[in-house]
Write a protein that binds this ligand. Structure first.
Ligand code: EPU
Length: 421
């Protein structure tokens, strides 16, 4: 198993072009199932989650070719079993979002229930309720959910809780339903808007994506498209924190600043200078990080996917910060690892109180999920001495060649392949 070794102390300096967004790419891969033609995706990030989704699409009967530019031909899908098996769903929960497209286009699908995961229970009840409102017959048996419908019909549906994947799944299903669908209390994340943009290019009629109400006029068919994936606001935010804590200066080329307002606001509260330039976002790390309180919220609030990285910023601030997680019930697994690096953190319910220390100290730490792993890499950048991060396959799910990209900015970081645990 690979590990990452970081020697702290180097400033991050230079320019970095932000990669395509993982959570947009995964869902647009699913959307290709709604068409009978060829969908070409550009700026696709080279991540293990994207490869897992491609493998699932192949199992469903798609022909998938390429990597950075990915061509997906869904012509052969109806001949197959329309089934998302346990072995793929368990490694990547986003697999459940093939459900809406398959049901809408082929009238049937069988998808493994994902079960819990490291950051929380993460049920899919809202996905199922929304699809049921559109006319799906749903049966749960042997760990799978079987869905059937002659043809879905438009409906009004209000989500009980704001869910990104639930919104995307039901929105995709409604594109081919008969009649009008009105979805309320939907997620407003940029990746929902991006998916709606792609679906509309395919011929769908969706209005309101990016607000809390989405209306969809069902159409008879969708066609393949050519689309470049939007840049990843979380990759950009992660590197921005790296520049901030190392007192560096980084220009994040193509950073999607319009989708990063709450994050940029919190960085500025911490004393980090953020300058929006025509080419992207320039971040200047201050001499001294100020303490900052953060509460995660659905977009446009502060993203849960930046919570772990922000805690590292708070851990070296001058004073006391509080970070509260409201989206997932168990997303503090990085805390004990950061404590092992000398961070002064105390968990109290869904809040972590952090008292900044002068310096973290390098240690051997264990990655537990994607964003937790990113926080450990960031901590390694400012820690005294050597930090060894194990189980880095979590990082590879969502950050493309993070060690090469950080090394390009001056970090002292390397991947050691095949290291024994
Ligand atoms: N929830 C329900 N019922 C449902 C669906 C969700 O109770 O039917 C709850 C979840 O348990 C959670 C909350 O609603 O407490 C929000 O979950 P959501 O459905 O919005 O999350 P998701 O769609 O499964 C996506 C991202 C996550 C990101 C969250 C929140 C993808 C592929 N994943 O997950 O990304 O944290 O939205 O913004 O888009 C990551 O990239 O590291 C990551 C985990």
């Amino acid at each position: 198993m690979d590990k990452i070794v970081v020697h702290g102390g180097a400033r991050l300096e230079g320019e970095l072009r932000v990669n395509g967004a993982k959570n947009a790419a995964l869902l647009i891969q699913c959307a290709a199932l709604l068409t009978s033609g060829k969908t070409t995706l550009r700026h696709v990030p080279q991540l293990s989650d994207v490869r897992t989704m491609s493998r699932l699409l192949e199992r469903l009967g798609c022909a998938v070719e390429g990597d950075r530019t990915l061509a997906i031909d869904a012509a052969g899908v109806g001949d197959g079993p329309c089934e998302a098996p346990y072995d793929l769903v368990k490694t990547m929960r986003a697999s459940v979002t093939v459900m809406g497209p398959l049901l809408a286009r082929y009238g049937r699908t069988k998808v493994s229930l994902p079960g819990g995961c490291a950051i929380g229970a993460r049920p899919i009840d809202q996905h199922l309720k929304g699809l049921e409102a559109l006319g799906a017959n749903i049966e749960l048996s042997h760990g799978y959910v079987n869905l059937e419908a002659e043809r879905l019909h438009g409906a009004a549906f209000v989500f009980d809780t704001v869910t990104v994947g639930g919104t995307q799944n039901v929105m995709m299903a409604a594109t081919l339903a008969k009649g009008t669908t009105r979805l309320e209390n939907v997620a407003r994340e940029p990746e929902v808007q991006e998916l709606a943009t792609v679906l509309n290019k395919m011929g769908a009629q969706i209005r309101g994506a990016g607000t809390s109400v989405i209306e969809i006029e069902g159409v008879d068919e969708l066609v393949g498209v050519d689309h470049a994936i939007l840049p990843d606001r979380i990759e950009a935010g992660t590197i921005a924190v790296g520049a901030a804590i190392t007192g560096g200066e980084v220009l994040l080329l193509d950073a999607p600043v319009d989708h990063m307002h709450s994050l940029i606001g919190k960085l500025e509260d911490a004393g980090v200078q953020c300058v929006v330039e025509p080419e992207g976002l320039r971040v200047y790390g201050p001499d001294q990080i100020e303490p900052v309180d953060v509460v995660t919220r659905p977009h446009p609030g502060f993203p849960t996917d930046m919570q772990a990285q922000f805690m590292v910023l708070a851990s070296v601030a001058k004073g006391r910060s509080m970070v509260t997680e409201t989206i997932f019930e168990n997303r503090f697994m990085h805390v004990p690892e950061l404590q092992r690096m000398g961070a002064d953190m105390h968990i109290s319910g869904n809040t972590v109180v952090i008292r900044g220390v002068d310096r973290l100290s390098g240690a051997t730490v264990m990655a537990t999920d994607l964003r937790a792993s990113a926080s450990l890499v960031l901590a390694g950048l400012v820690a005294e001495g050597e930090t060894e991060i194990r189980r880095v396959y979590h990082l590879d799910r969502g950050y493309e060649s993070i060690e090469e990209r950080l090394r390009g900015l001056g970090a002292n970081i390397e991947r050691v392949s095949g290291a024994r645990m």
